[in-house]
Design a protein around this ligand. Structure first.
Ligand SMILES: [Zn+2]
Ligand SMILES: [Zn+2]
Length: 361
């Protein structure tokens, strides 16, 4: 019997999201049913609602979630009812060309539940990032549910399912930040602050936070920024060079994803430095750089997909770091809200008032 549950649905492009009753099937082969306990509100949910990702409305939003396994489908052997899990939007298939080359963190055919969740009239819902967790229960592929230490409170734990993992991994996995590196992070929202925390934990000597909002720069110091630069009044390229002995940073993370921040990041690197793009640009954005500068400055220009993470390996590690006091996940939780407050959380997000509003169920 399908489960009737409350959920946040984006029915039409640009329209306010609605609390609706939806149908969630019992898990089929390789699927698990998860009772959601908490789910963060991410910019990607807003992008779905605004039609900026695709037009497969209606969407079931929500994808930064922690919860408890309620039931498992046939063939699921490594999860059982009662297990505490964080949901991932990468569940490596094991058989695509990237997995077969031993690079499952890029998996090109990530697994999701095969059965659709639907509206009461049977209309299939498109779950955000293959999850759809602004719902009392959701159905995912077993590989998307990663067991973590149940001592971590769900409103903090769920955040590693998207934004925190993306930022942390952009610094540690994609950027390869190591001991003694100088690092600059442009954009101090949830992803940027997670990059700052990751760089700090990885042993960076200096972590320079760059933003146009002093409140966000204050917040960045909580996550490990050693210096801050307000790029509204100062040339951030010059400022970062000054803070790095005139050279530029070894690794720069662009957590904004706009042409102007990418250009800043490109030039605030030291020679042979690494620039990591993790902020997601709009489709119409372009970048124009002198080709000779790409050659003569050397180094690496990389993009970070979901922090190049392997959820089954990385989620338990981040949760352990949280529980040992080294990763301040609580610092990302600005407020907890109810399921019917997602639309107002989007407004606060647009105004830059919050790092994360987290729905608690
Ligand atoms: Zn794969
Ligand atoms: Zn997200």
């Amino acid at each position: 019997m399908p489960h009737e549950v409350h959920a946040v649905v984006a029915a039409k492009q640009g329209a306010p999201v609605e609390l609706q009753t939806i149908l969630v099937p019992d898990p089929g082969p390789g699927e698990v049913l998860v009772a959601v306990q908490a789910c963060g509100v991410c910019h990607t949910d807003l992008h779905y609602r605004d039609g900026a990702i695709n037009d497969e409305f209606p969407f079931l939003l929500g994808h930064e979630a922690a919860g408890v396994i309620e039931s498992v489908g046939p063939g699921v052997t490594d999860l059982a009812p009662g297990d505490y899990v964080v949901l991932a939007w990468r569940a490596p298939c094991g058989s695509c060309r990237s997995c077969r080359r031993g690079r499952p963190w890029y998996c090109f055919d990530s697994r999701n539940a095969a059965q659709p969740m639907t509206l009461l009239d049977g209309t299939p819902l498109a779950p955000a990032l293959g999850i759809g967790a602004f719902a009392e229960k959701t159905l995912v592929a077993a590989g998307q549910a990663v067991k973590v230490d149940p001592a971590a409170r769900p409103e903090a734990a769920g955040l590693i399912g998207c934004g925190v993992m993306a930022g942390y991994g952009a610094a540690v996995h994609t950027g390869g930040v190591g001991s003694g590196d100088t690092v600059a992070v442009i954009g101090c929202g949830g992803v940027g602050n997670a990059a700052i925390a990751g760089a700090s934990i990885a042993g960076a000597r200096r972590v320079i936070a760059v933003d146009i909002d002093d409140r966000k720069l204050d917040g960045a110091t909580r996550f490990g920024a050693t210096h801050t630069v307000n790029s509204r009044g100062t040339d951030p390229i010059e400022a970062v060079r000054e803070l790095t002995g005139g050279n530029g940073a070894d690794v720069v993370i662009d957590a904004v994803g706009r042409p102007e921040t990418y250009r800043q990041g490109f030039y605030m690197r030291d020679l042979a430095g690494t620039l990591v793009q993790v902020g997601v640009p709009d489709p119409d954005m372009r970048i124009d750089l002198p080709l000779i500068d790409l050659f003569s400055r050397g180094g690496a220009l990389k993009s970070s997909w979901y922090g190049d993470c392997l959820p089954s390996r990385d989620f338990p590690v981040l949760i352990d770091r949280y529980l040992s006091g080294r990763l301040d996940l609580d610092g990302f939780v600005t407020e907890t809200i109810a399921l019917d407050e997602v639309e107002s959380a989007f407004d606060k997000m647009r105004d830059g008032q919050v790092l994360r509003s987290v729905v608690v169920l």
